[in-house]
Design a protein around this ligand. Structure first.
Ligand SMILES: Nc1ncnc2c1ncn2[C@@H]1O[C@H](COP(=O)(O)OP(=O)(O)OP(=O)(O)O)[C@@H](O)[C@H]1O
Ligand SMILES: [Mg+2]
Length: 292
């Protein structure tokens, strides 16, 4: 079998990436096929010999934590479109999404993959899975997840265009969102909650300025602002992330969410010993009808 690229499983990525870089080959990632990959150079093309092997129980556990087949196909599409070359490793793995570092010709990207296989679906017996009624539910569920990813992409775009310090959105395809990688030398910057550097009034004021920019320029409210959704980079520069749930200023819950955002961040700074006045900060927004 002659292939232009190399098909491999995710866990060999680092070794094979090096190999492909050395041999100027495109790297394809495929996890659904479990195989032993034998690579040989032949007439300037890479020969890949694959042997299917039986799945073990441990494999099954691992697969559950990686990607489902539809997601894998989307990753493949993105790689084929040359947006990214490889998915490197998980920066974070949550219940609803995982964030991965990816490498492209022009540097690194952060790839947020929303899970489309709901864990409650997974526990259903196989005969329900095959039922038409269930397939409809599954389809609707997938579409909801796609809409959620698109929503984050759109919110990021509005905020980015309004000069809010958010990662630059690159593309969205179904449940996969690609954005600017926030980090240095390939290492992701920490979130505020894990940040060991200076946490002071200046940082508080900077963050409040971003909340103002989101409110007055982007006409939105983040809605889930906390020490978990702020990344701190070089020179104490902050970035706001995770904006899928952000709402328009006119949204009936906007004011309430804005107050909650300010209080959550305020409490974090107070816990860190920084003297901040949450009530005073809330007053800034009062002329727009936001009451403490
Ligand atoms: N652009 C980025 N560059 C570097 N790291 C990032 C980027 N975006 C997100 N991260 C990392 O990934 C983590 C999760 O991202 P995010 O907050 O957007 O997802 P989430 O929906 O909260 O995920 P979870 O399901 O874990 O709650 C962040 O805490 C941060 O560490
Ligand atoms: Mg988050």
């Amino acid at each position: 079998m002659k292939l232009k690229g190399v098909i491999l499983d995710l866990f060999n990525t680092e070794i094979l990436k090096k190999y492909c870089l050395k041999n100027n080959q495109t790297l394809y990632i495929r996890q659904e096929l479990l195989m032993t990959v034998n690579i040989k150079k032949y007439d300037s093309e890479i020969m890949v010999k694959t042997e299917r092997r039986k799945r073990t129980v441990e494999d099954r556990d691992v697969w559950h934590h990686v990607f489902d087949l539809p997601t894998e196909k989307i990753i493949q599409k993105i790689i084929n479109r040359r947006v990214i070359d490889t998915l490197d490793y998980a920066i974070s793995s949550g219940k609803e999404s995982g964030v991965y570092r990816a490498t492209s010709k022009s540097g690194y990207y952060a790839v947020k993959i929303y899970r489309i296989t709901d864990s409650s679906f997974r526990n259903l017996p196989y005969y329900i899975f095959a039922e038409e009624r269930f397939l409809q539910v599954k389809k609707k569920w997938h579409q909801l997840v796609f809409a959620w990813a698109l929503r984050e992409y759109k919110n990021l775009t509005i905020m980015h265009e309004s000069s809010v310090p958010v990662p630059r959105p690159v593309m969205v395809l179904k449940n996969i969102l690609i954005e600017e990688f926030l980090g240095e030398d390939g290492v992701a910057y920490p979130i505020l909650q894990k940040y060991n550097g200076i946490i002071d009034v200046k940082l508080w004021n900077d963050i409040i300025n971003s909340v103002k920019t989101i409110y007055y320029k982007a006409n939105m409210v983040h809605g889930d602002l906390s020490e978990y959704n702020i990344i701190i980079g070089k020179n104490n520069m902050h970035y706001i992330i995770d904006v899928s749930q952000a709402v328009k200023k006119e949204h009936p819950a906007a004011k309430e969410l804005l107050l909650r955002d300010l209080k959550t961040i305020g409490k974090f700074f107070i816990k860190k010993g920084v003297k901040v006045n949450i009530e005073e900060t809330v007053k800034i927004f009062e002329k727009d009808g936001v009451n403490p």
